[in-house]
Design a protein around this ligand. Structure first.
Ligand code: SAM
Length: 318
């Protein structure tokens, strides 16, 4: 059916993200020792502005993730929604800042692929085994469970099923919980993503949600970005939420989140540690700075906090 084709095209986007991250790390933009096990080939060259864009995305997300872990002293959970082939779990393990448990959710087909990589590559499986108390990991084709890390196959548009699966994998709603969605909500309708954000707010008394995605899509540049994705039959059902930073914030505010921030990536890029930005800007020559600015203006990070225990978290950009 058409909707199967659209879902299949959405699933394929996880390879794009990981391929771009693999390429940028091969150039030295940042270090990721594990992405190579999910994407074997470095692949074709990506333009410098793409690499800088990914640099801002990864650095920006990591700053907020690490601030949450610090604030909660790792006595917390992380739930990565639409995680794809993301490697954050292994980074946190290496840096010794692991949450109590790290959950990932994606379509069963993607999860099956990720589990296959983990099973067949010791640098991926070893950290799971090391942090697991019994001999055997709980594994089937569409899910993996260990003490500190689990991957769940589920459709984020089906909230009752999502809730049931998270419960089955022992999520604890009483622990401070960080939800991540990186280029995921845009593939759901405004109604579906609002319901998801509402459900998180209703279920987790102390929570933070970090969302990275497109924004300001109603200009010429945004239209071209949309056309490129649509050419691949990707259904950008949520593109109407991507109109402005205000509409990004509104999704959370109307769902009962207490404090919400949204910055476009141009702003994020400009507040990242100067020395490191100077370092990466020396890696590759960029002759059209305007192109980078345009690209960065069309993505944003939005983060929302809900905090009955007064965690007083305000992110790290202010
Ligand atoms: N977050 C990862 C990253 O940034 O590297 C992957 C991003 S990729 C662009 C989007 C991911 O969201 C894909 O892995 C896709 O399968 C997943 N996704 C989109 N809609 C979903 C849904 N309704 N249920 C589960 N996963 C979904």
């Amino acid at each position: 059916t058409d909707s199967d084709t659209a879902d299949e095209a959405v699933r394929a986007t996880c390879d794009d993200a990981s391929t771009c991250k693999r390429f940028a790390t091969s150039k030295g933009y940042w270090t990721d020792l594990h992405v190579q096990y999910f994407v074997r080939q470095i692949g074709e060259r990506k333009a410098p502005e793409i690499n800088r864009g990914y640099y801002g995305r990864v650095r920006g997300m990591n700053l907020l993730i690490d601030a949450f872990l610090k604030k909660t002293q790792c006595d917390c959970q992380v739930v990565n929604l639409g995680a794809g082939l993301d490697t954050t779990f292994w980074r946190l393990k290496d840096e010794n800042i692991m949450p109590k448990k790290f959950f990932e959710v994606d379509f069963p087909m993607i999860v099956a692929r990720k589990i296959h990589h983990i099973k067949t590559k010791p640098p991926l499986s070893k950290p799971l085994i090391e942090t697991h108390s019994t001999d055997s990991l709980r594994l089937d084709g569409h899910s993996l469970d260990s003490d500190r890390y689990c991957i769940i196959g589920a459709d984020l548009r089906d909230l009752p099923a999502l809730e049931e699966k998270l419960k089955k994998f022992q999520i604890n709603p009483e622990l401070p919980t960080l939800f991540l969605s990186e280029c995921v909500l845009v593939y759901m309708t405004a109604e579906q993503s609002s319901k998801l954000v509402n459900w998180v707010a209703d279920t987790f008394p102390v929570a933070m949600f970090i969302n990275y995605e497109q924004v300001n899509m109603n200009d010429r540049f945004g239209q071209i970005m949309i056309e490129n994705l649509q050419r691949r039959q990707c259904n950008l059902a949520g593109v109407d939420v991507c109109q402005s930073l205000d509409s990004q914030k509104e999704r959370f505010l109307s769902a009962g989140w207490e404090s919400v921030n949204a910055l476009d990536m141009m702003t994020v890029y400009s507040v990242l540690p100067r020395e490191d930005v100077a370092r990466i800007e020396r890696l590759e020559f960029l002759d059209e700075r305007e192109l980078l600015q345009q690209l960065l203006q069309h993505y944003c990070i939005c983060w929302a906090v809900k905090d009955k225990l007064s965690l007083e978290f305000h992110g790290s950009f202010d």
